[in-house]
Ligand binder design. Sequence first.
Ligand code: AMP
Length: 380
Amino acid sequence: MINLSSLDINNKNLVIRVDMNVPIKNGNILDSTRIEASLPTIEYALKNNAKILLISHLGRPIEGEYEESFSLKPVAKYLSKIVNEPCNVIDDLDSKSFFNKESNIQLLENIRFFEGEKANCKDLGAKLASLGDIYVFDAFGTAHREQASTHSAIECAPVACAGLLLQRENKFLSLALNNHESPYVAVIGGAKVSSKLELIKHINSEADHIIVGGGIANTFLKAKGFDVGKSLFEDSMIDIAYNLIEKGKIILPKKVITSTTFEGKNVKETLVSEVGHNEMILDLHLEEETVALLEDAKTILWNGPMGVFENIVFEKGTKDLSIAVARSKAFSLAGGGETLSAINKYIKSNDVSYCSTGGGAFLEFMEGKTLPSIEVLNSK
Ligand code: AMP
């Protein structure tokens, strides 16, 4: 894989695929983390005298149709401020002036407004690649999607390379995937086993211990024969969960926090064997011996909250876990939107060795899959 830092970009026109898919409400950016994550590449390019055309998607508009609520205009406005240069939004691919404008940075309108993006259309990919001298791929969050801007464009570009974010993601995720030191402790929480099944299967053969939490733990508890009352669990996953438990690595909660409503009525801490028929498990108690495993770990992989931490009543499991990860001297890797918001809420992002910007891409990478964008970059 060619890295941006190894190329001469002086006076070159760079087309950079970034992931600026940020939450926007009434034109205001609610969380700019993904924009911030793209800044090292943007700043590096500007400092080295290159002109930039950025490409990103935003949300899920109907392809081929313009819709104001999915426009990247608020992102361009925000970028202009932080890079201190005017950043215009370009909305047609036939514009003759991508790199002729006075400003060094432009942003193409939401790539999902253009027909052919989703289907990985070669014509669209070739068009995007032809707009500049070098196609830089830095959108780790979409590296698992085979689309025109994340795959065909790389394939068609005479020169394509990885941006600084992709380079970092690749380095740290590969470290945890291929060179983890033991004891290796994985923490998997969140809502559903089915959405993380491949990851759980993969780490079940790699990690020494897997701490499960959230709705995922409920499915495992049910598989062990516990009555989980009205808790979220997945019936179709029970047999699979049972087989995974058989390997002896899964660590289940012993005490949980239950309630009769999501809002937090009749909240109590109880043993997993004593959950009532009308109760839901919405958080867990992190046992001392589980904290000790994290303390002794050399590698920690964390994805997913331990409970419905958005509600303060059910945040303790996730909060205690965050603190335990922060205290551990292990190489710690965290990924996924909810996990990063828990980290920002209870600890600091630099309390974790590396926080990945990927959700689906992070899961697939850690399952041991080669992501399509990375595969095509490697083939150049
Ligand atoms: P995920 O995207 O799979 O990581 O799921 C994150 C979501 O799982 C969060 O929004 C949590 O509120 C939710 N969650 C965590 N624990 C539970 C639980 N015990 N029951 C229902 N939802 C949960």
